[in-house]
Design a protein around this ligand. Structure first.
Ligand SMILES: Cc1cc2nc3c(=O)[nH]c(=O)nc-3n(C[C@H](O)[C@H](O)[C@H](O)COP(=O)(O)OP(=O)(O)OC[C@H]3O[C@@H](n4cnc5c(N)ncnc54)[C@H](O)[C@@H]3O)c2cc1C
Length: 286
């Protein structure tokens, strides 16, 4: 959707990792219902002026560029009146304010846009094409999040290692309890599915296929599995009564558990992925 000039200027450094991007879609009143966003792009003689506020902007404090989704049409134009802009984070008028998380980390930001002047060359696609840009970008983002399937394998290995050490005070090994064995077996099957999903996508890439709505299937499966793996590890850590190496890892285990929820929300929530799968993959009525 970008022009040849935009592709020449931005794609190679992006692929090389020399420039980092953040995504400026969500607003305080627009998350799932992105088409209700209100931050404005006002046309000027030689470009646009951007005004408004974004939220949950991941790693915006470290990013060089932001892909902003703005309302260039009138207030009621919904998805038809949106335009996308590639804007350097250092542009005057952009203020990034980190959001403090309960863990003490600050991975997300509020981004305030006060009369940010951008040239026409910042516009991605035509004016009013923003929805198409956003949908395509979200397909890629969901595909990226589905790669968490590989992390699932790592968490699963940790889980198996830790469970092997867990005991009740009477000496019973948790790994010998039927409900634990059943859970580990179920998770093992799901991890295998997540890996196969990833390999299937990797096999598609050489044929030049971009991700479509099927990315939602993979995102939903991998992120829910990631949460289930962390949840099982946290649950069994609490069930094990003896003090051992695992108990010492408790803070780390719970940090992983709480962190695992975000992946089921970012890039579109699990419920929204189910809607997409129903409508765009299975062609069910709305
Ligand atoms: C880890 C993380 C990183 C993020 N990074 C970014 C980022 O970099 N840039 C950015 O722009 N945004 C980012 N976000 C924001 C993210 O896109 C939104 O949180 C998400 O789209 C949900 O919007 P919301 O939080 O406003 O929740 P809401 O839209 O208010 O949803 C609340 C609940 O209602 C449900 N719901 C809403 N509508 C429907 C429906 N039609 N059908 C069924 N259920 C529905 C949702 O599933 C959810 O459970 C990030 C979020 C997280 C958690």
């Amino acid at each position: 959707m970008g022009t040849g000039e935009q592709k020449d200027r931005l794609l190679a450094p992006t692929a090389e990792g020399t420039i980092l991007w953040s995504q400026g879609f969500s607003e305080p009143g627009a998350g799932t219902d992105l088409a209700s966003l209100r931050s404005k792009a006002i046309r000027t003689d030689d470009g646009f002026v951007l005004q408004g506020q974004k939220v949950w902007n991941t790693f915006g404090h470290m990013a060089d560029w932001c892909l902003l989704l703005m309302r260039s049409g009138d207030t009621d134009s919904r998805h038809r009146g949106l335009s996308a802009f590639a804007v350097p984070m250092t542009t005057p008028g952009i203020e990034v304010r980190p959001i403090a998380q309960i863990s003490g980390r600050s991975d997300f930001n509020e981004v305030f846009l006060s009369d940010v002047e951008v040239p026409n060359s910042a516009l991605i696609g035509e004016e009013g094409d923003g929805w198409k840009v956003a949908v395509k970008m979200l397909d890629f983002e969901r595909r990226g999040l589905a790669a968490i399937g590989f992390d699932c394998m790592k968490v699963f290995r940790n889980l198996r290692r830790h469970v092997a050490e867990m005991r009740h005070t009477d000496g019973t090994e948790l790994i010998n309890l039927p409900h634990v064995r059943r859970r580990i077996a179920e998770l093992s099957i799901q991890v295998r599915i997540a890996m196969l999903n990833n390999h299937r996508f990797a096999a598609m890439v050489p044929e030049g296929e971009a991700p479509g709505p099927e990315a939602s299937v993979q995102k939903l499966h991998a992120t829910e599995l990631f949460k289930a793996l962390h949840g099982t590890l946290a649950e069994l850590t609490l069930e094990a009564e003896t003090t051992n190496n695992v108990a010492m890892l408790m803070p780390k285990i719970f940090e992983g558990y709480f962190g695992s929820f975000g992946f089921t929300i970012g890039g579109g929530t699990a419920q929204v992925q189910r809607n997409i799968i129903a409508e765009r993959v299975l062609n069910l009525p709305k």
